[in-house]
Each structure stands twice: as C-alpha cells, then as structure tokens.
Ligand binder design. Sequence first.
Ligand SMILES: [Cu+2]
Length: 148
Amino acid sequence: MSSRYLLCKTFIGWLLLACLPALQAADNLRVEDAWARETPPGVSNGAAYVTLVNDAANKDWLVAAWGAVSETVELHTHLMEGDMIMMRQVERIEVDAGDRTVLEPGGKHLMLIGLKQPLVAGDRFPLTLEFEQNGEITVQFEVRRSMH
Ligand SMILES: [Cu+2]
C-alpha cells in the first residue's frame, strides 16, 4: 500500500464526514415565518400563514393541521369565481421537492375555525402540521397586527 493511497483514503474519509450532517439536514421539510393575523373581539375564525420549505428529493403535501387554539383547522385557498374571490377548503397543499410553498394573505392559508379566544398581537400558539411524507411538525405561530 503506497503512502499516496493512504493519503487519498483519509481525504475521502474527511469528505464523507464533512458531507454527512449536510445530507441529513437536507432530507426533510422545514417551516419558516409562522404567523397569524390578530382578530377583533367577537370574531370566531382566524387565519394563519407559514412558509413550507422542502429540501428533500421528494414532493410532500400538507394534509392536516390542528391545535388547542381553535375547534378545527382547515386548509384553505382563494379562488376566483366569476368576479368574486372566494375561500375554498382544499384537501392538501403541495410542497414540491427542492421548492417552497408560501401560505400568505390572499392565497393559501390555515383557517382557524372556532377560536377559543381572540388572537392578540404578540401572543404565540402551537399548531401541529401533518405532512403525508414527513409526518407531524409542531410549530409556534406568532400573532401579528400587520396585514402583511
Ligand atoms: Cu379561509
């Protein structure tokens, strides 16, 4: 065995070690910017938004969400019907491989049906998001006054 071969083998070992954490971190789904809009008193439904980041090689789908904040959580989108923009419930929200899906005002969102109490700016509450491939992720949502 030449010393050159040894050197090469060691170098490849280092490369593998250096790559390992990156490979593991890439193989999942992340969420960013989880927030909900403040609700006025007496309003029983709210909306929550989040950015879904899919670093994995496979497509995934958000299929359900729930939390103690409301009776139920529905997945919604906005659609044009004639000249009206209507909210519609959807069965799942796709997150393409290596891509991100943004839930935002005027687009896809989590509809909090039957709020237990008004959402007040600065408060935080957890929601569990269930993905078809990646399973459940519990996320803290921050209540904001902003419309954006
Ligand atoms: Cu809605």
